[in-house]
Write a protein that binds this ligand. Structure first.
Ligand code: NAP
Length: 475
């Protein structure tokens, strides 16, 4: 226990700053690392997650065939070894603890809750059976407890449309097109692997609303699709014929990755489908405008409208419909058009942007509202669903800088309420069976053991009940 006294400055070793971080994905861990690294600051950090398992999107979002990306967990594990760090898994804000509780027991609250939902396209037929969000599909094959009740009828599907040209669209396309034998040794769940083994998908059509020069995927991601065993990547030469706006933009202001995407797609354009089992077809400058049902009530057609580009005020090429349409026969549609945040109980929300309103990481009462003292935001909850995992490190550090600037002059809760054991007592009083980092480490080892028995990286527990049963057995 830390002996605290009101006479010591907040953030000193005698009176460490008490911080609650909500959400244990990359941005939460990077914020904690920045707090531990800050010169002259001592901070006690408690990390809360509604799931018993840490690491957010690294566990529940990164594709199973991208195991190397998951190695970043080693960095988070080092942070978790810090003597002033504690993990409280299986504790949900709004269910087990409230913002008011946190305000009573901590000096600062950091929201690192990411974007747990998805953007809507706002077109007819979006709710039809057979139309899924990438969020659901990705969560399902990665064993996220929220998505285990979803089902994807891959056994009767031949042609699948994936809407969007970002890296999530790449992940979904790869998992659909890759041979299940290649997925088998990863940490993909046994249930989803079984469904993928029954898949009869022959073609995945990627629908990009802008041109190849504006595609949001990374060059290595599209190249990986192009080099998948048993897959032909098809792009027509006509679609690679860049319009004037794209050519100028590519030359003057596009990122190097855009040039590399165009160079690669130009190289493969015009190739014929080989004897390969599966096709991935890239269509550009097309927007779905209507999803239509067949006789069985499931999606069976997607009406796409041809787009042209125009330069927005800042010069960015934007799409607009030309009125020319085409109808594609499809059996399933996956929407990979971006994630969106969900409101947290007792925390302001920016409805239009789907994030927590903030000024450089300082929470606001609403869009352009007053600063809420002592409450901060990092990661996708702060800036929206952009950037790679590493992008969150400087972003979280920038928020932590604001937290440190604010220490002078802030009113801390009474020292009796700030004592680290208070929150533990509160959770016990409420009967919350929280998961410590040691508990998680045992569960982690157990998953790896279960995986080894099947020659795979790990077999995940996919529902909270079985996770908690395992934790209680292993304790
Ligand atoms: P993203 O990169 O923003 O891509 C979203 C795509 O959806 C864009 O092509 C966008 O087109 C399109 N789109 C948006 N609204 C649309 C609409 N109404 N109709 C048709 N298309 C629409 O988002 P993401 O793919 O969800 O990825 C989120 C972040 O995670 C990204 O930063 C991504 O790089 C990262 N990520 C990385 C990896 C990896 O490194 N392996 C894997 C997964 C995700 P416009 O460009 O025209 O808006």
């Amino acid at each position: 226990m830390h002996e605290t006294s009101g006479s010591w400055p907040l953030g000193s070793s005698e009176r460490p700053l008490r911080v609650a971080v909500i959400g244990s994905g990359p941005s939460g861990f990077y914020a904690i690392a920045a707090l531990f690294k800050a010169d002259g600051l001592e901070a006690d950090v408690d990390l809360f997650d509604r799931l018993p398992t840490p690491f957010g999107l690294v566990r529940g979002g990164v594709a199973p065939d991208h195991q190397k990306i998951k190695n970043v967990i080693r960095v988070y594990n080092r942070t978790a070894q810090h003597e002033r760090f504690r993990f409280f898994g299986n504790v949900e804000l709004g269910r087990d603890i409230s913002v008011e509780d946190l305000r009573r027991h901590y000096d600062h609250i950091v929201y690192a809750t990411g974007n747990e939902s998805d953007r809507k396209m706002g077109i007819p037929g979006e709710e039809l059976p057979g139309v899924h969000s990438a969020t659901e599909f990705v969560g399902w094959y990665n064993g996220h407890p929220d998505f285990q009740d979803r089902s994807f009828d891959l056994a009767s599907a031949r042609r699948v449309a994936v809407v969007g040209n970002g890296n999530v669209a790449m992940d979904v396309t790869r998992v659909l097109a890759r041979s299940p034998d290649e997925l088998a040794p990863t940490d993909i769940t046994a249930e989803s692997l079984a469904v993928l083994r029954e898949s009869r998908v022959e073609e995945v059509i990627l629908l990009g609303r802008r041109g190849p020069a504006q595609a949001a995927f990374s060059p290595q991601e599209i190249k990986e699709i192009g080099s998948l065993e048993g897959v032909s990547l098809l792009v027509s030469e006509a679609e690679m014929d860049l319009d004037g706006i794209s050519s100028t933009w590519l030359e003057d202001s596009a990122a190097p990755s855009a040039r590399r995407n165009v160079a690669y797609l130009t190289e493969v354009a015009g190739a014929e489908a080989g004897d390969e089992e599966r096709l991935v077809t890239c269509r550009f400058l097309v927007s779905p405008i209507d999803l239509q049902a067949g006789d069985d009530g499931r999606v069976s057609r997607v009406v796409i409208e041809k787009n042209e580009l125009y330069a927005a005020d800042d010069g960015t090429p934007r799409p607009r419909g030309t009125g020319e349409t085409e109808t594609l026969a499809v059996d399933l549609v996956f929407k990979a058009v971006g994630y969106r945040g969900v409101p947290l109980p007792g925390v302001p929300f920016h409805e239009r942007w789907g994030i927590l309103p903030n000024d450089e990481g300082r929470l606001q009462t609403g869009p352009d509202g007053e600063i809420v003292p002592g409450q901060y935001v990092v990661g996708w909850a702060k800036r929206g669903p952009t950037g790679l995992i590493g992008t969150n490190s400087p972003d979280s550090t920038a928020t932590v800088k604001k937290m440190i600037e604010d220490i002078d002059g802030m009113t801390a809760p009474a020292d009796s309420a700030r004592a680290p054991e208070r929150i533990v007592e509160l959770l016990h009083e409420r009967g919350v069976d929280f998961v410590s980092f040691d508990d998680w480490t045992m569960l982690d080892e157990d998953e790896v053991r279960l995986g080894e028995a099947q020659s795979k990286v790990r077999e995940k527990y996919t529902d909270v009940e079985s996770m908690m049963a395992a934790v209680n057995r292993l304790r």
